[in-house]
Design a protein around this ligand. Structure first.
Ligand SMILES: Cc1cc2nc3c(=O)[nH]c(=O)nc-3n(C[C@H](O)[C@H](O)[C@H](O)COP(=O)(O)OP(=O)(O)OC[C@H]3O[C@@H](n4cnc5c(N)ncnc54)[C@H](O)[C@@H]3O)c2cc1C
Ligand code: SF4
Length: 475
């Protein structure tokens, strides 16, 4: 009994001292609930309060980076690119998703390169300040500074609900200024949410042939808009110039995607990150199959024209009428096509990314401009591929002098064989068929790169009457 009393007394004493010690420790310190709140700001789109540091609004899903671009001051005077000192692209590795767009657009071959899935400035001395890399980068990972004058970016002018200066025409996704799969998907959904609310207040259309919305492009933004339109029972029409998710299809093989999970209408959460492009495309195809979402592929939109009742959306085979138009066309433009049988085969591409990843292959490059010649040179660099350049004209009159010299050297060394006055007549799985000055020629072939120009999205926007502004972005 004595032992029990002694034990209880010792326990009570210990508790007393421990409590006192803990009180002392916490004295003067704010309680967890009293911690200062994290810096907040209103979402520029839905106006609800959110933490300053978040990338996407937790209420409406809008991408903050897009608003950084759209709220930036408008550049009025032209930027004296490259005049004040040597401009250098600065690449933010944590924003870089390794898409290679900067490498592809830079006219000074070799200035930028991909290394370990990130862009690097491999030859800074070659940079002459075109700033095309910064413009093409979908994530704004590149900034350029010209002796204190900062980089600018050309973007279509849009309001908080993605509407342009033409009422009823909206722009979402990468074309809007900011590129990422998640951003594009969120914006596709948001724009349809807005349209749905607007259509509920508007009088019904006079004709049954009038779509509520025509969606141009079936990349992540257009697909998400289409799924959302289907979910809400809108009359929609989606037109895609190539195949569904054409930009993603053109990523290098087995490219790992960097993206956060995202909500897809009619599907649920899509975990894009840590997968390959092939895995994403396969999920995408399943979504399309299971939801029955309707997309007209291989039908390029040539023009969008306004009339008193809405819009005419014109393609080579159709003239559709819609009350609203959502442009989800991305930034890669419309490559000009050959129109030859077999062009739809997966081995045919309209851009070259990571030339070094091709080894011991028969490659045909079609075109006579700098892009085509640079692609042929890049493919021939290792000396392991057998590269043919096929050009319709007799000469290469528009070629830059340096490329002309390099092409001559590559021809002399047998690294590139050149056919001028030539055109592709058809493409089959293992061959390409050419017509060279009236004579047929068949070559073994694994890859075809068609680099014969095309229409930029900016040209399309201008033609449609959409205002484009230049924004100053800080480095
Ligand atoms: C090589 C590469 C790697 C990338 N890696 C990543 C990554 O890892 N993670 C990430 O988040 N983002 C990545 N991106 C960026 C991402 O692909 C884009 O931000 C995203 O695809 C943009 O979606 P979008 O729907 O706005 O445009 P896009 O995906 O470009 O889709 C636009 C669609 O519109 C079609 N179209 C264009 N013009 C017309 C017309 N006139 N008529 C009909 N259809 C038309 C096009 O064919 C295309 O299918 C990468 C980009 C590239 C190029
Ligand atoms: S364009 Fe931007 S995201 Fe793509 S590789 Fe270059 S820096 Fe990286």
């Amino acid at each position: 009994m004595d032992t029990l009393i002694a034990f209880l007394l010792a326990g009570a004493l210990t508790l007393f001292f421990v409590r006192g010690y803990l009180k002392k420790l916490t004295a003067g310190k704010p309680h967890a609930a009293a911690l200062p709140p994290r810096p907040q700001r209103p979402c520029p789109r839905c106006a609800k309060p959110m933490e300053k540091s978040v990338a996407f609004c937790p209420h409406c899903g809008a991408a903050m980076a897009m608003w950084i671009v759209h709220q930036a001051p408008q550049q009025t005077a032209s930027v004296p690119g490259g005049k004040a000192g040597a401009p250098k692209p600065v690449i933010n590795a944590s924003l870089c998703i390794g898409c290679g767009s900067c490498v592809h657009v830079c006219p000074e071959t070799g200035t930028l390169a991909l290394d370990g899935g990130k862009a690097i400035l491999s030859h800074p001395e070659r940079c002459t300040g075109h700033a095309k890399c910064a413009e093409a980068c979908p994530t704004q990972a590149i900034t350029l500074s010209f002796g204190g004058v900062l980089q600018t970016m050309r973007v279509p002018l849009v309001r908080e609900n993605f509407e342009t200066n033409i009422p009823g025409v909206f722009i979402v996704g990468e074309l809007c200024g900011m590129g990422l799969i998640k951003t594009a998907i969120n914006e596709g959904k948001l724009v349809v949410d807005h349209l749905r609310a607007r259509l509920q207040k508007a009088p019904a259309p006079a004709s049954d042939e009038m779509y509520d919305v025509a969606i141009v492009g079936a990349g992540p933004a257009g697909l998400s808009a289409s799924l959302s339109a289907q979910q809400h029972g809108l009359r929609y029409l989606t037109l895609e110039q190539g195949e569904i998710a054409a930009t993603i299809r053109q990523y290098p093989r087995q490219k790992f995607l960097m993206a956060e999970p995202v909500e897809i209408p009619l599907y649920g959460t899509l975990y894009v990150g840590d997968g390959t492009k092939e895995a994403l495309l396969s999920v995408w195809e399943t979504i399309i199959r299971n939801t029955g979402v309707q997309i007209r592929t291989n039908e390029k939109v040539l023009a969008v024209e306004r009339n008193s009742a809405g819009f005419h959306v014109r393609t080579a085979t159709g003239d559709y009428r819609a009350r609203n138009v959502v442009l989800a066309m991305g930034k890669r433009g419309s490559p000009r096509k050959l129109g030859a049988p077999g062009e739809e085969l997966p081995k045919v591409s309209y851009r070259l990314i990571e030339a070094d990843s091709y080894d011991d292959l028969d490659a045909l490059v079609v075109g006579g401009g700098d892009s085509a010649v640079e692609a042929a040179l890049a493919l021939s660099r290792s000396g392991k591929n057998r590269v043919t350049l096929c050009h319709r004209g007799d000469d290469f009159p528009r070629l830059r002098e340096r490329n002309r010299e390099k092409l001559e050297a590559a021809r002399a060394e047998g690294r590139v064989q050149i056919f001028t006055g030539a055109r592709v007549t058809s493409i089959t799985a293992g061959q390409v068929h050419l017509d060279v000055r009236g004579r047929p020629l068949t070559l073994p072939n694994h890859l075809v790169f068609v680099l014969i120009g095309g229409e930029s999205p900016e040209e399309f926007l201008r033609k449609t009457g959409i205002e484009i502004v230049e924004k100053s972005l800080s480095a």
